[in-house]
Design a protein around this ligand. Sequence first.
Ligand code: 8IG
Length: 273
Amino acid sequence: MTNPLETLANNPFEIAKQAAEQIREATGVASHDIALTLGSGWAKAADLIGETVATVPAKDIVGFSAPVVEGHVASIRSIKLPSGKHALVLGARTHYYEGHGVRRVVHGVRTAAATGAKIMILTNGCGGIKETWTPGTPVLISDHINLTADSPLEGATFIDLTDLYSKRLREIARSVDGSLDEGIYAQFRGPHYETPAEVQMVKHMGGHLVGMSTALEAIAAREAGMEILGFSLMTNLAAGVQKTPLSHAEVLEAGREAEPRISALLASIIEKL
Ligand code: 8IG
């Protein structure tokens, strides 16, 4: 016989529901409309999109843990947009490479859905393969290649991933900045960067961006019925495309340099959602 409490503790959707309830209590906001995960280089967007109603330490919400990467922020913020809508900003992302399993990776997305969010904005910092891009270029994600060999879905959940990164939302983004390029994002498990040969493999597969997040989260967001906007900040040319070795310090510096500009861009896009 199974213990009902164990069943509850083992159900990721139940834990997300509990987390959403805790967020409701901590923020006083009954329901959120939009959720954002802010990756490297995007954190300032939270200050630009509206009025912060409440900031909650992520560690106070069930299932969230403190981030391990320098430059990531460990808080969950509820923001009232000028439109009157409520945005939930997840500053704490759990990466696949942390080794806590894929359920933990997508807990934020599932929690966002449980708070009522219908749109999930996933942002990240990543490497770029197109040589015409320079570090600091924001790129809309048009599709992904999941190279983690894993999935956040368990059991016979055959979810369609056509138009995973909403064409409608990408069009809204381009109505704000017509020069925005788009690309296909390949998620590796990391935490090492790719070899030049792996970057060439992705290029031959049709990928344009390489990173360590987002694809698994997008799948979970789609399962939860959300519409997804994916946004990458290309902070470095991928290994081998860039002739010099990759350094995390340089990646952070490129993020810092681009942050005000891309955060303002994201804020303008959010205004139109
Ligand atoms: I920022 O070049 C950042 N994140 N996999 N490759 C991968 N992840 C990244 C990279 C990169 N740059």
